[in-house]
Design a protein around this ligand. Structure first.
Ligand SMILES: Nc1ncnc2c1ncn2[C@@H]1O[C@H](COP(=O)(O)OP(=O)(O)OP(=O)(O)O)[C@@H](O)[C@H]1O
Ligand SMILES: [Mg+2]
Length: 274
């Protein structure tokens, strides 16, 4: 029976996660819990470990030490075969979209379904693809190949694929990067819609603060392998830490400025745009 006074369920829990690549310490004793049905946005400078962090949640990377739990079940030490079942319950929208160029939109969407659930019935697969495409406003594109789609359309198809198995959790890695503000806002609205209509738990990595403020129940900033700030949009906006303020206001730090002033760094825009 549901107990209305009980705490909300923590669907994903990371406990004391450490991860280094050689001498590069990326995650330094990170502990975080994610509440069911909420949207958490992860921000932080490029290279600070956002992608590495969310890859631990779906166990595409394993921690050097620490534990990852999904519905209170430890998953970081599971065999690939057991993980398959867990991964059907989590959708992952990769940084850059990553559609299979040799497959049309329909085949891209049903790929995870064939792989994990082994549905073979053509009609069922077509129905499923149609429903998911309708959810992202891409009806009628089933036969198109990715090369013919715009950046925003590709992201929407990648999202349709990420939700193909009706996951409980969706991990988004920079879903709006490279999109103009209007197309970015379509993705924001889709993330909000999936939460509202399906009760999905979302974890979204982004550099886009407009998007973060619009969709987040909670924003976590990573910096130097640690959690630098963790709270709602207002809390982050008014955070006293200069590191947080500098990031959310998009100011270059001294390191960046030094790089720009370095000899040989007088790159002209005309060189880049060739
Ligand atoms: N497989 C890997 N092998 C070695 N180093 C890695 C690997 N994956 C990531 N790293 C390193 O870990 C650090 C964090 O990388 P990550 O991709 O998580 O950054 P990020 O915060 O997602 O950056 P961006 O905003 O640019 O996507 C970087 O220094 C990166 O070089
Ligand atoms: Mg990344």
């Amino acid at each position: 029976m549901e107990n209305k006074t009980s705490k909300p369920e923590e669907i994903i829990v990371l406990k004391n996660i450490n991860k280094s690549f050689g001498s590069n310490v990326v995650l330094d004793d990170i502990s975080l819990s994610f509440e069911k049905g909420k949207t958490t946005v992860i921000i932080g400078p490029s290279g600070c470990g956002k992608t590495v962090l969310i890859k631990h949640i779906i166990v595409l990377l394993r921690p050097d030490s620490g534990r990852v739990y999904f519905h209170n079940i430890r998953i970081d030490n599971m065999q690939e075969k057991q993980l398959d079942a867990i991964r059907t319950r989590m959708g992952f929208l990769f940084q850059g979209g990553a559609l299979f160029d040799s497959m049309n939109v329909y085949e891209n969407i049903v790929f995870p379904v064939r792989q994990h659930v082994k549905i073979k019935n053509r009609e069922k697969l077509h129905d499923l693809a149609r429903t998911k495409l309708a959810m992202v406003g891409m009806e009628g594109f089933a036969d198109a190949f990715p090369a013919k789609l715009s950046g925003g359309q590709k992201k929407r198809v990648a999202l349709a694929r990420a939700i193909a198995l009706s996951p409980e959790v969706i991990l988004y890695d920079e879903p709006t990067t490279g999109l103009d503000p209007i197309r970015s806002d379509v993705i924001n609205e889709l993330i909000l819609k999936l939460k509202r209509e399906l009760g999905v738990t979302s974890i979204v990595v982004t550099h886009d603060m407009t998007s973060a403020y619009k969709i987040a129940d909670r924003i976590i900033m990573l910096h130097d392998g640690k959690v630098a700030a963790d709270g709602n949009a207002d809390y982050i906006r008014n955070h006293s830490s200069p590191v947080v303020q500098q990031f959310i206001n998009g100011q270059a730090d001294e390191d960046d400025l030094r790089a720009l002033r370095a000899p040989g760094s007088d790159i002209k825009i005309s060189d880049i745009e060739q």
